[in-house]
Design a protein around this ligand. Structure first.
Ligand code: HEC
Ligand code: HEC
Length: 374
């Protein structure tokens, strides 16, 4: 077994462990996406919180036993992965990795964001990679040297990597972002500057990337209404006239064609009967859409083409900054606010974006305010 192959075996073992843990969490994930129709009402799955813990509350409807499971999941989520067997962490880290706990990317269950400076590495974002073609499951074909995700940190000899080599194992690569800025002029003359991240990969430590390698930058999404059975923060400011006006503009620009305000859970839900037959207001259709060339990453992922993205749920979006200071939107964190996010919409959402662009400034602002109150 080559040195590199043994790293893979090691990493597979660690990943297997991780998967077992994830399965537990993700079994729970299917259960918890509910919010009652209407704003601010607490049906047991929303909480009236608008502070930094707004994304981290257990659903009030949980029974005592279910809350125990929640707390157990949460403690794993915050627990550090460590290189050698220890009392203060989960064994199985390294030799390369990105972060040492779930909560280092999903800080307070919130989103991540791009680095602040060109010489700062990605920390709460990650980079997928694959080669042209598909694996045996129809999914992305991993790079032979770097797998399907770059690991930009390493133990650097901290501990177990010495079992494989006398030299400390380096990080796979250093990952930075540069920005391409440009501005768009709206029909009323307002100029808005947009920025697109350009990934810079340096210090490839295990040889070149495979022929035709494709990368995709991903920002960490917030985790509410899923996974840990966290409650969803209630909609806010429903009676505010600006927010109400924004709601009308949301309908007028047909945003709800994809950001469907309300869905219903199945009639029967044996695993968690409390959640059967309930309305929830996530503002997503849970489907992928062609969003045009501007948002494309050029990398297919199973049946999703290079321009296809899942409609991001909008619930809780306005609390992102309050939760952990990060409010970068879209899959790669390029949008600094709701207006920029809308202006990047293309493909199937072109008509909707254009309708937004043509609105008077006050209505554009009202629409953004409405989205931030969802
Ligand atoms: C290196 C940063 C990072 C770490 C550490 C991390 N995540 Fe994530 N997480 C992400 C990113 C980025 C995505 C989005 C991936 C994509 O766009 O396909 C994500 C997506 C998710 C999702 C799907 C959310 C959705 O709305 O579809 C869940 C659930 C999740 N992570 C849970 C976890 C758990 C549990 C852990 C710890 C075992 C963890 N994450 C560790 C960055 C991270
Ligand atoms: C054709 C479907 C479609 C329509 C119509 C649409 N969106 Fe989106 N929206 C998406 C998809 C898909 C994404 C995720 C794109 C990505 O991650 O790069 C998204 C992302 C967003 C985001 C960023 C959310 C986040 O968490 O990153 C906001 C805000 C948003 N849309 C608001 C709107 C508004 C307001 C309108 C109406 C003017 C609208 N959208 C119309 C599909 C649509």
């Amino acid at each position: 077994m080559s040195l590199r192959a043994s790293f893979w075996a090691f990493r597979e073992a660690a990943a297997g462990r991780m998967r077992g843990f994830l399965t537990i969490l993700l079994c729970l994930a299917g259960i918890a996406s509910a919010q009652e129709a209407g704003t601010g009402s607490d049906n047991g799955f929303t909480v009236a919180r608008a502070d930094q813990d707004a994304y981290s509350q257990p659903a009030p409807a949980l029974s005592y036993r279910e809350s125990e499971t929640f707390l157990q999941g949460r403690s794993h989520f915050k627990r550090r992965w460590v290189a050698s067997v220890a009392f203060n962490g989960e064994w199985g880290l390294g030799p390369t990795f990105i972060q040492t706990r779930c909560s280092e990317c999903h800080i307070n269950n919130g989103r991540g964001g791009p680095p602040q400076a060109p010489n700062e590495q990605l920390a709460t974002m990650l980079v997928r990679l694959s080669l042209p073609g598909a694996n045996e499951h129809g999914g992305p074909l991993p790079d032979p040297n770097y797998g399907d995700q770059f690991q930009n940190r390493a133990l650097q000899g901290e501990s177990v990597d010495f079992q494989y080599s006398w030299e400390p194992v380096p990080a796979e690569a250093a990952l930075y972002l540069d920005w391409e800025e440009r501005s768009v002029t709206l029909p009323d003359g307002e100029e808005i500057s947009l920025r697109r991240p350009v990934l810079r990969i340096e210090k490839l430590a295990f040889g070149p990337m495979g022929e035709g390698a494709m990368t995709s930058l991903r920002n960490t999404p917030p985790l509410i209404g899923l996974g840990l059975l966290e409650a969803v923060p209630a909609q806010r400011e429903a009676a505010n006239p600006v927010v109400r006006r924004g709601g009308e503009m949301f309908r007028q620009a047909a945003c709800g064609g994809c950001h469907v305000p309300e869905l219903k859970t199945a009639e029967t839900y044996p695993a968690f009967p409390k959640l059967a037959n309930r309305s929830f207001r996530a503002y997503t259709d849970l489907l992928v859409h062609d969003m045009g060339d501007e948002l494309a990453d050029g990398r297919p992922d199973f049946k999703a083409g290079p321009r296809d993205w899942r409609t991001a749920p909008l619930w809780g979006v306005g609390l992102s900054g309050t939760v952990n200071g990060q409010s970068a939107l879209l899959h790669d964190g390029r949008a600094r606010d709701v207006t920029e996010a809308i202006l990047w919409h293309g493909g199937e959402a072109t008509a909707s974006r254009d309708a937004f662009s043509k609105l008077p400034k006050a209505d554009r602002e009202a629409l953004a305010r409405f989205v931030e109150a969802i």
